[in-house]
Design a protein around this ligand. Sequence first.
Ligand SMILES: C[S@@+](CC[C@H](N)C(=O)[O-])C[C@H]1O[C@@H](n2cnc3c(N)ncnc32)[C@H](O)[C@@H]1O
Length: 292
Amino acid sequence: MFWQNEELLLPDSLWGAYEDELTEKGLIFEASQENTKKRIHGGKSKELAEEHFCHRFAASCGRVVYFLLDPKGVFAKANSKTILSLTRGNIIILDLAGGAGAGTLSLLTTLAELIDTKQIPQLPTNIKIVNADYSTDAQELAQSLHSRIGSHLLQRGIDLIFSHTEWDATDVTQSNQLCDDVFSTAPPDTEFMILISNISGIGNAGFEGVKSSITHIMQRITNKKAFVLWIEPESGDASSIMKKAFEIVAPIKWLSALFHGIPPSFTYKWFDKIKSMPRTGGMILQRFSREY
Ligand SMILES: C[S@@+](CC[C@H](N)C(=O)[O-])C[C@H]1O[C@@H](n2cnc3c(N)ncnc32)[C@H](O)[C@@H]1O
């Protein structure tokens, strides 16, 4: 299904929504072309958001799907624990620097496919997503993509509410307000998932600018039922940012890390349906929770 001949296949519903969005926005030709530019990290402008959407979106999705599937058993059941949280009842996913929504779209479409293939049971689930980013153009893509999969999810028992909010990660006051907004509206039995996917493009120096916000958010979840899933492409910057994340979390007693210090990296083959070619993916991942 997802893993054939040592190659990762992304869910059809994910490709369908992505392809329809690219087509509607007139970006499908651009996205089908190879782009050899090294630094494509998205950004505040429409041009940067669309460039990332065309050329890096699917790779971001692949990392999340690889984690959830864990075909080599390298994530010590952190994938099953994440899936359990996503199917248990009420969950709010705070997608930090969520951009065009690759992280949450992958989570949701993979859940739907796991239900279809009877690998997990279909249970009534409420999933609320709050996508926080400073690029409203990227967030409009995310909004549209998620509305494309709404009925597909509902048929499988997943009731999705998607929202986005403008947030500058360098401003800790905005992060404080973001936490207030997300936590104050949640029903008492809600679990919170903090998702961080692919922010290492800001580099080491850039991370210093957002460190206060990340620290603040990690501290704000200390009295909540919550966990953090952080996924980055394999790179030197990502390793060093993950090390800093570990150092932020280390003094917070109840949050433990899946991997101590710098997490290991993993590579895999995946198939890119839009560019019609096999590609190599590389990722590092950290998960902070109560369980380890
Ligand atoms: C490489 S993209 C990742 C998007 C998405 N999370 C993914 O996995 O594909 C990086 C995102 O960080 C956002 N970003 C960069 N600096 C930011 C800041 N200071 N505040 C909020 N968002 C920021 C960009 O707008 C972009 O959407």
